[in-house]
Design a protein around this ligand. Structure first.
Ligand code: PBG
Length: 336
């Protein structure tokens, strides 16, 4: 190749990458603390902070510590938390009875956080998996070979009303039962909670990436097996059109926000859903996505801050308006 080789080009895209100032002018996607929802795990009593083995930096917290953490999250500019309870095994049964106890852990937590940090939005899961001895998101049918859709939805409606009464901003059905969004909306309205929003886990896949979360809330151990199969209600990872159909049903039934979960391996689904609705789209960067990045960083194989940032940027670029992520606090600090 001659030394003085020159191309006659009309377009040289590198021009706009020449300096940081030019690059920032043409930057298409920006992530900010206000995009995040921080998931938190609450446990009974006042144990020492228990770190979750496969989720470095994520702890199961007492109600008092959750309240403290929520104050910090609010101060970081993060607008919301998603609260998940880890129940003592003795409180679990086949029917998930504890879910409808008015003094159950999650409801006491919600009341405490709302009293202390009223400006922070609270999202709570509407599903039975923390409460059932088998770890499924609903109650089983008579043959005990499937989750009973309609009976489960009946229970979820009561759960949602109790959560609304405790003061949550969003109830988030994560169970994937048919018709639950419409039934929950009706139940909330009938009880006078017209202002409580529904964040629907619309396209929730039957994913291996939930492994660390099930350890965190003890829903895998509850079944005495790691082979808990949710394939009869959660979506097949092979499907894309079905995600759009699920989302459209949820919107028609009154969902305020729709969600895709997991996020990183489902960017095409986020984009597809984004293009098919005008409603806000949430994406859940799940426990396994978090664990994967941390594990590789621990091995010295990936740079944690850069990978973290890039993983969240990709989810927002795909079309998510808000992201549930265990990186929320660390990312918000890094963005300051
Ligand atoms: C269950 C629920 C799950 C998650 C949130 N709600 C797991 C499951 O379906 O077993 C997973 C979140 C994560 O992996 O971070 N209703």
């Amino acid at each position: 190749m001659p030394q003085n080789f020159k191309l006659e080009l009309t377009h040289r895209p590198r021009r706009l990458r020449r300096h940081a100032s030019r690059r920032s002018l043409v930057e298409e996607t920006v992530i900010r603390p206000a995009d995040f929802i921080a998931p938190l795990f609450v446990v009974e009593g006042s144990p020492a902070r228990e770190e979750i083995g496969s989720m470095p930096g994520v702890f199961r917290l007492s109600i008092a510590d959750i309240v403290k953490e929520c104050g910090e999250i609010h101060a970081l500019g993060i607008p919301a938390v998603a609260l998940f309870p880890k129940l003592e095994v003795r409180l679990k049964d086949e029917a998930g009875t504890e879910a409808l106890n008015p003094e159950t852990l999650i409801l006491r937590t919600v009341r405490a956080v709302k009293a202390a940090v009223p400006e922070l939005s609270i999202v709570t899961d509407v599903a039975l998996d923390p409460y059932t001895s088998h770890g499924h998101d609903g109650v089983l049918n008579a043959e005990k070979d499937n989750v009973d859709n309609d009976r489960t939805v009946g229970i979820l409606c009561e759960m949602a009303v109790m959560q609304a009464q405790a003061g949550v901003d969003f109830v988030a059905p994560s169970d994937m039962m048919d018709g639950r969004v419409g039934a929950i909306r009706k139940a909330l309205d009938a009880a006078g909670y017209t202002d409580t929003a529904v964040m629907a886990y619309s396209a929730k896949y039957n994913s291996a990436y939930y492994g660390p979360f099930r350890e965190a809330v003890g829903s895998a151990q509850a079944a005495g097996t790691k082979l808990l199969n949710k394939a009869t209600y959660q979506m097949n990872p092979a499907n894309r059109r079905e995600a759009v159909e699920e989302m459209l049903l949820d919107v028609a039934e009154g969902a305020d926000v729709v969600m895709v979960k997991p996020a990183g391996a489902y960017l095409d689904i986020i984009r597809e859903v984004r293009n098919a609705t005008l409603r806000p789209v949430a994406a859940y960067q799940v426990s396994g996505e978090y664990a994967q990045i941390h594990a590789a960083a621990r091995m010295g194989w990936l740079d944690l801050p850069r990978t973290r940032h890039e993983s969240l940027l990709a989810i927002k670029r795909a079309g998510a308006d808000m992201i549930l992520t265990y990186f929320a606090q660390a990312m918000a600090k890094a963005l300051q």
